[in-house]
Design a binder for this molecule. Sequence first.
Ligand code: 5RP
Length: 219
Amino acid sequence: MTQDELKSEVAKAALRYVIPETIIGVGTGSTANFFIDHLANIKDSIKGAVASSIDTANRLKLNGIRVVNLNDVDEISVYIDGADESDHNLNLIKGGGGALTREKIVAAVAKQFVCIADESKLVDSLGKFPLPVEVIPMSANYVKRQIVKSIGGDPILREDLTTDNGNLILDIHDLNIDDPKTLENDLNNIVGVVTNGLFANRGADILLLASQNGVNIIK
Ligand code: 5RP
């Protein structure tokens, strides 16, 4: 199977975690897009979906799936989204598509977070994938200097990208991530940082991982 076929398989497997008659959260990226396409087949079983990006909201609507504002719901039963990396404890790096802040908000509200990925995303230790950090535009250079001084790694401004929130992304290369929870908190404490792509304090509850031998469930 190609990587896209693996992504589609794992996205289909996530349908069994969709709880009928509830509002669900939907992530962003190519794997999440496959999920949306499969979700279209059971769209009448859910009340609606909260989107983690403008792209996702548009794709949901194109598929006839009702999009709901987060402020209009009290509860999200399950959040289904991809990742750029997952370790074996289901700490994640996300934000390759630049949607990390809204993804983190929807994941925080959801009762359960089901991460869907192909097997290339499972790593022993996070950090080979550059860690995205969303920053308020006027703070970008200050945050860069603070990262170099107090965190380490090599923060690089992502060219030609403005997030759905009107902000910029710094990608931190060459990071050693020994303690994901502490690093997530330390980065978020730098003034000007909106949030970062470490999902450790609220990691995934379940990782569905597609391999050539089928979809494995990691809890
Ligand atoms: C977007 C994300 C995506 O979940 C992550 O980049 C994985 O994307 P893909 O499913 O295309 O490999 O965090 O901000």
